[in-house]
Design a protein around this ligand. Structure first.
Ligand SMILES: Nc1nc2c(ncn2[C@@H]2O[C@H](COP(=O)(O)OP(=O)(O)O)[C@@H](O)[C@H]2O)c(=O)[nH]1
Ligand SMILES: [Mg+2]
Length: 356
């Protein structure tokens, strides 16, 4: 997504010293010493306002508009930084460029009218001071934008418009093996915010269609009720993606989890996640319990399609792909996320900087 291009965010004092250092190198020649001094002073202030406004406006323009972010990223950004805070911070930076330009322009107009060398050097120093002060005022806003940038850049490279299979189930039931088999290339690993977990992101191509496959070790392996509030919201944010949950059941006993335990989690995942689901019984190349010794599926899972597969022998993988793709195609995928007009209005930059 476009967040690759969010430029690095300077600290207020860095921006100030960079702008002044650059302006201090400006020197305009004129045969008349006084005119040389006056033209140089005017050009220095041009340089200061250009450096500051270019840098700040680039930050504002290249930061994704919150209301155009896909709902998954928007939710995670809200959890991490607070979307209102980010909106205000961006508004604050915009305000700062306008103030800095205005201060320089006023300084210049007084310098233009002056015939005194002392007045001019005094005015340059005074204008620098006023510019530095408005930039310092947005120091908290710069920190907020930096946190927003860090979060957006750290997120896994998930395309919120692609139908996505999220693979869930106990540890060692065969999730990674299955995601590896379904994926065209080897899955990319990325950390998932607010959890200590990583997710593995692969792609499944069928004909010209592409789908995402996400392996979520540790995200969907225990009921959400056992997580803290932020973690729970971060995991639930996955349901903002067009998602089919693939729940793996290992009936061989080799994973270390009993069927009772796996069904208990299955019932919790069904309850926690409002997403269509397919069930997969893994490792079908291995011996399993006699059918009569298996506990019944949770009632809520009674009508779900079940696929018996073995990653080892390839058995059932073709059927699973077909069934999964059919479920993925039935998902409603918003073509482009377009915000309602009242959200656009609310996103208009504020006039004052955030006084945090
Ligand atoms: N025999 C057999 N072993 C499998 C199969 N799928 C996975 N395994 C093994 O089960 C273990 C756990 O698999 P893994 O994919 O890491 O499980 P995860 O923790 O759910 O990701 C590994 O040793 C795999 O080699 C299968 O279809 N057949
Ligand atoms: Mg795994």
């Amino acid at each position: 997504m476009a967040d690759d291009s969010i430029p690095t965010v300077p600290r207020a004092d860095e921006l100030i010293s960079k702008a002044f250092a650059k302006a201090n190198r400006v020197e305009i020649y004129d045969r008349m010493v006084f005119y040389a001094q006056r033209k140089t002073a005017l050009a220095k202030l041009d340089s200061v306002s250009a450096t500051i406004s270019t840098r700040l406006l680039k930050l504002v323009e290249r930061h994704p508009t919150i209301d155009r972010l896909d709902p998954w990223r928007r939710e995670l950004l809200d959890l991490q930084v607070g979307n209102d805070k980010v909106r205000k911070a961006l508004g604050g930076l915009q305000w700062c460029t306008e103030q800095a330009n205005e201060i320089c322009r006023k300084g210049q107009s007084q310098i233009r009218r002056s015939k005194s060398k002392d007045f001019i050097s005094q005015k340059v120093i005074e204008t620098y001071g006023r510019v530095a002060s408005v930039v310092r005022q947005v120091s908290p806003a710069l920190k907020v934008v930096e946190r927003s940038r860090e979060l957006l850049l750290s997120l896994p490279d998930i395309d919120a418009q692609l139908p996505t299979a999220v693979v869930a189930g106990y540890a060692n039931v065969g999730k990674s093996a299955l995601v590896g088999t379904l994926s065209t290339a080897s899955p990319a690993v990325a950390s998932y915010p607010f959890t200590t977990q990583e997710i593995h992101l692969g792609h499944l191509s069928v004909g010209r269609r592409r789908y995402q496959v996400i392996d979520t070790p540790g995200l969907l392996d225990r009921p959400l009720a056992e997580r803290n509030d932020v973690e729970r919201k971060a995991v639930l944010a996955l349901t903002h993606l067009p998602t089919v949950i693939v729940y793996l059941i290992d009936p061989t006993g080799t994973s270390g989890a009993t069927l009772q335990e796996q069904y208990h989690l299955l019932a919790a995942v069904i309850e926690d996640f409002p997403a269509p689901m397919v069930l997969v019984r893994s490792k079908s190349d291995l011996p399993r319990l006699p059918a009569e010794e298996e506990p019944p599926l949770p009632t809520a899972a009674g009508d779900l399609p079940v696929f018996e597969v073995s990653v080892q022998s390839g058995l059932g993988i073709g059927e699973l792909k077909e069934g999964l793709v059919a479920a993925l195609q039935r998902l409603h995928v918003p073509s482009i996320f377009v915000p309602p007009p009242w959200e656009v209005a609310a996103a208009e930059p504020e006039v004052e900087p955030d006084p945090i």
